[in-house]
Unconditional design. Sequence first.
Length: 202
Amino acid sequence: MAKVALATGAYQTKSVIAGAQRCINLFLEKNPDGSVFPFTHYPTPGLTLLGSVSNVQWRGLYQASNGQLYGVCANTVYKISSSWVCTSIGTIASSTGTVSMVDNDAYVLLVDGTSAGYQIKLSDNTLSNVPNDGTTSAFYGSNQANYLDGYFICNRPGTNQWYSSLDNSTTFDPTSTLPNLDIPTIWSVLAFLVGSFIYLVK
């Protein structure tokens, strides 16, 4: 079989008639000038298993502001060391679906799209439920956890409402909910925060 000197990487032009090259799982290394083959294609090194706790898919990973890595696999919450040792710190009610986490330098807020919410105290890695007595605190659940200027911000699943915690706290004031955004559709998540602005998506 004839050898072809591949001189460039893979690319695809606007028209596949002009160029439709595709390179999968290979990377190029330039050979010295004057070589018969300008580049050599090497296979990718693949994946390295760093740690494992179950054959169930991870639902979310989050590195907190103090550098500690947390993960949720099935219904178990783990703290993960720099040597990839996974230590269980507790469980949550749900076992499937994506989780979302964010922290305020003192607590990680963990939500899973249900009406439940959880907090991890960064100083000792303890897991507990977000305060929710319905009177002085009211947490309604969320699909996504966000943080802005000292406040945790969440969407209320199944509604077009979103709400926030008290300043530098995991307590959610019942009066902090913003209802009826004059939007006819239900907002599934708070998309992202940029500066002091909150962007919503359906």
